[in-house]
Write a protein that binds this ligand. Structure first.
Ligand code: TRP
Length: 334
């Protein structure tokens, strides 16, 4: 008999405009996983309601993030790619899980405290129970592997607590979900100003977005921080130079990186040439993705079809789980 593939589930926030960090940190992993596991990837549109988004913007962001994921290589035929709000079973499971989630632990969550600080006038119950909804997303498919970044570790720990409480009270229905990454280290994509990582919200001029046009890419790369170059052979690279080499390793040929590395070590490096090379290779890398995104966004019928197909797959798995859940809780009277 064929071995059942392990189940992978992750949520993508519809905040629009993915950047190079999202690509190498998350998307590349998703694309790799789709061949090895049974994958559910969902646009977390319900979660985004906690911050009361503008209705029109919500739609644009959801469609863009879908298109960007497909353009980067997620195959809607292989995975279930769907919108959270299309699966009503999620809300039902969320309700049951809320009975097992305590006010104290929810209030202690780092992301809740951070959001409460940022939006003191809108500390709604949805914000408080955000990790409960996230748990519902995951265990609705009885998934055990969740590809997420470090910032989601606490939510996953809470998910495991809720799962254990459920299983203890009602019988074993759910596996414990755990964070998943290929390899031990996450690929960090440094920003172009030599400080920190590329980011959706901070310093747009030092972040390369998949939607940037060729000129914007060139401009941002050429502005990256450098200096007059080393004067002592084989000296260590300052962090902002190391970061530029890191970016080169992501998109340039090995031989090119080696060439510049040697020049650096011989104190012959010309940062203008290096940045020109990096800019052109970035353009080569990003422009086909950008064009694909625009092509997909121009085809509403296709996007609708992807969403429906994804929802159908997700619903099927959700229905099976919810039968087990209602039975376990005792909500079946005949
Ligand atoms: N909270 C996640 C984030 O901020 C998004 C998310 C929602 C998610 N539901 C999920 C991630 C389920 C993993 C699994 O990025």
């Amino acid at each position: 008999m064929k071995k059942q593939k392990e189940i992978v589930m992750s949520g993508i926030r519809p905040t629009g405009f993915l950047h190079l960090g999202n690509y190498f940190g998350a998307l590349q992993n998703y694309v790799r996983m789709q061949d090895e596991y049974q994958c559910f990837f969902m646009v977390a549109d319900l979660h985004s309601l906690t911050t009361h988004p503008d209705t029109k913007e919500l739609k644009e962001n959801v469609l863009r993030v879908l298109a960007e994921n497909i353009a980067c290589g997620l195959n809607p035929e292989k995975v279930a790619l769907y919108c959270q709000s299309h699966i009503y079973e999620t809300s039902e499971l969320y309700l049951y899980l809320n009975m097992l989630a305590y006010k104290g632990e929810l209030e202690k969550t780092t992301t809740f405290k951070e959001k409460a600080r940022l939006q003191p006038d809108n500390i709604n119950a949805g914000l408080l129970t955000y990790p409960v909804l996230q748990t519902a997303d995951i265990i609705l498919h009885r998934a055990s592997l969740v590809p997420v970044g470090k910032d989601q570790e606490q939510h996953l720990e809470m998910a495991r607590n809720f799962v254990n409480r459920f299983n203890h009270r009602y019988g074993e229905v759910f596996p414990e979900p755990k964070a998943f990454n290929y390899g031990s280290e996450l690929i960090k994509v440094p920003s172009l100003d030599g400080a920190g990582k590329m980011s959706k919200s901070e310093n747009q001029y030092a972040t390369l977005y998949l939607a940037d046009d060729d000129e914007a890419i060139r401009k941002k790369v050429m502005k990256a921080k450098t200096d007059n170059g080393p004067v002592i052979p084989n000296s260590p690279k300052p962090e902002y130079i190391e970061n530029i080499f890191l970016l080169m390793r992501l998109v340039c040929d090995d031989s090119i990186v080696q060439k510049f590395d040697q020049e650096y070590n011989n104190c012959k490096i010309r940062y203008g040439d290096l940045k020109k090379q990096l800019a052109e290779d970035m353009v080569k890398f990003i422009s086909p993705i950008r064009e694909k995104v625009n092509e997909i966004l121009g085809n509403n019928k296709y996007l609708q079809q992807v969403m429906e197909q994804g929802a159908e797959k997700a619903r099927k798995s959700a229905k099976t789980t919810m039968e087990l859940v209602r039975q376990a809780i005792g909500l079946k009277y005949f």
